[in-house]
Every structure is written in structure tokens, then in C-alpha cells.
Design a protein around this ligand. Structure first.
Ligand code: 2HA
Ligand code: ZN
Length: 275
């Protein structure tokens, strides 16, 4: 099968377009990666031709030998649908998880996303803690979430609780909460380590004054998660634009009751009393 005919590639391209249409991907902002299943890579083997090995910039031994579909560095999310073979690529990792090589795509040259270390370290953590279930890592420049990083304390508890309060579905969609990475230089190993540390317990990590990372099982769940968090952030921005004080909101006991009916566990550290 041709790469562009494969269902996982079509799903990847649709998600890139959806993110662009949300306004989350100005210029070359944001990046997407998918950990390809063995049978999926087998189905497109005929079209793969691998270039020379390159250093990843970090080490991901638990991903040795795996293949990923990723967006290209400097490529625009808005172009993924119209010129996928120029905008995205399939990479293979070596047997130590130290190097990658491009096996399809980026026909006009280039490298995988500048955030490859963060993507791969997040994949490595998620593969482990979900027993291989999670396959998608998504980074976007979500406007309202970024805006909140200028006014809320940069603490997991504050972001989780404030975003849970903005829509009843939120604690059900991200019951484990949200982690916050303080401002750091993007693209390198340090921010990758900080983010992947948070991914051990959360599916969402916010990079202060930059954007968001989400992890999930498939394209629908990962896009839906980012969309839900960002929608909630949009509501909070609107509320804070009207008044610094909410007149009424969802209370800690309301969340506890919701948790029972929806069969989710909501950590008590997010249900603190406010004064
Ligand atoms: O340009 O979003 O974080 C891609 C990015 C870097
Ligand atoms: Zn970014």
C-alpha cells in the first residue's frame, strides 16, 4: 500500500488540518507524532527508503526499533493536507533509541519536528504507563490556554481546578489533572525531561507562555482532549474578562458527587477549599 493510502496516515493528516482550522498553528507552530503499529508499518513497507542515521538529542531505549509518523521541523500544519510528502515524515529509531532515520516524506529535505526529543520522551513514558495503548502526542499553540499562563499561578492544582470548574465534562475528560511546565527554552532535552516527568501522571502538560502537549490512545481522543482543555480555557478567559470573581461555580462536593456517578477518581489535592 502507498503511505498516503494508509488509514493511520489519513487520520494523522485530518488531525493536522483540524488543529489548523482551530487557529492553533500559526506559521510553523505546533507538531504531531504517532507511534506506528507493526502491522501498519508492514503495510507500507514497499514505499520506505531510509536515509542516514541522525542523533535524536536524547535517549529513548524503550522505543528502540519503533517507527513514528511526525510533522517536519519548520513545516506548516496548514500545508500538511495539501503537500503531505513535503510536510511530514516516517522515522525509524535505532536499536538503542539514540538515533533516528527518515524513511519516507520530507521530499524537499528537512528534519523531523524540533520538538522530537519531547515527543519521543513523552511516547516512551506513555508506552510504559499505558501498556502500549497510547500512540499519539500532540503539541499546539492553544490561544486561551496560553493566555491563562500569564494570570493563573503556574501550579498543577490551580490550572486543573480552574479548568475543571469551567465545564462539567472536564473532570470526566481529564480526571488525572493537568501539569504545568514553567517557561523553558523549547526544542531541547531539558524541556523534554520536564514534560515527560509530568506525563507519568497526566495526559495534558501546559508549557507556560508557549502552548500545550496532549497524549492519547488515538487521534480522536487526543484531539478531543486538547479541544476540551482549550474550550474550558476559553470560557475562563471570558469569565475573567467580565469579572475577577465568579458569582457561582461548581463546588468541591459537587465534583465528589460527579466522580461517583461518572466512575472517575478525582484526586483530593485538586478539591481544596478556596478562601
Ligand atoms: O515550531 O511549536 O515548539 C514548532 C513549535 C516549537
Ligand atoms: Zn511550540
Amino acid at each position: 500500500m502507498k503511505v498516503l493510502e494508509a488509514a493511520f496516515v489519513k487520520g494523522f493528516i485530518r488531525m493536522a488540518t483540524d488543529g489548523w482550522e482551530q487557529g492553533w498553528h500559526e506559521r510553523n507552530g505546533g507538531n504531531l507524532s504517532y507511534r506506528i503499529k507493526a502491522e501498519e508499518i508492514g503495510s507500507v513497507q514497499e514505499e520506505l527508503s531510509c536515509k542516514e542515521w541522525q542523533p535524536i538529542g536524547t535517549t529513548v531505549p524503550d522505543l528502540a526499533g519503533e517507527y513514528f509518523l511526525v510533522t517536519g521541523s519548520g513545516k506548516y500544519m496548514r500545508n500538511v493536507e495539501i503537500k503531505p510528502e513535503d510536510s511530514i515524515c516516517i522515522v525509524e529509531l535505532d536499536d538503542k533509541g539514540e538515533r533516528y532515520r527518515t524513511c519516507w516524506g520530507l521530499v524537499n529535505g528537512g528534519r523531523p519536528t524540533s520538538e522530537l526529543p519531547s515527543h519521543l520522551m513523552n511516547h516512551e513514558v506513555k508506552k510504559k504507563v499505558t501498556n502500549g495503548r497510547y500512540r499519539v502526542i500532540y503539541h499546539a499553540h492553544t490561544t486561551n490556554t496560553i493566555a491563562l499562563t500569564f494570570v493563573l499561578p503556574l501550579e498543577d492544582e490551580a490550572f486543573t481546578r480552574e479548568l475543571w470548574e469551567m465545564a462539567t465534562e472536564c473532570p470526566v475528560v481529564f480526571p488525572d489533572g493537568i501539569g504545568i511546565v514553567p517557561w523553558m527554552v523549547p526544542g531541547g532535552r531539558d524541556i523534554a525531561v520536564a514534560t515527560s516527568e509530568l506525563m507519568k501522571k497526566y495526559d495534558v502538560a501546559i508549557w507556560a507562555h508557549h502552548g500545550m502537549f496532549c497524549a492519547g490512545e488515538d487521534f480522536d481522543m487526543t484531539f478531543g482532549l486538547m479541544h476540551t482543555v482549550e474550550k474550558s480555557a476559553e470560557i475562563l478567559v471570558k469569565v475573567l474578562s467580565m469579572t475577577p470573581n465568579k458569582r457561582q461555580t461548581i463546588q468541591p462536593d459537587d465534583f465528589r458527587n460527579l466522580a461517583v456517578d461518572f466512575k472517575v477518581t478525582l484526586p483530593e489535592r485538586f478539591l481544596y477549599e478556596k478562601h
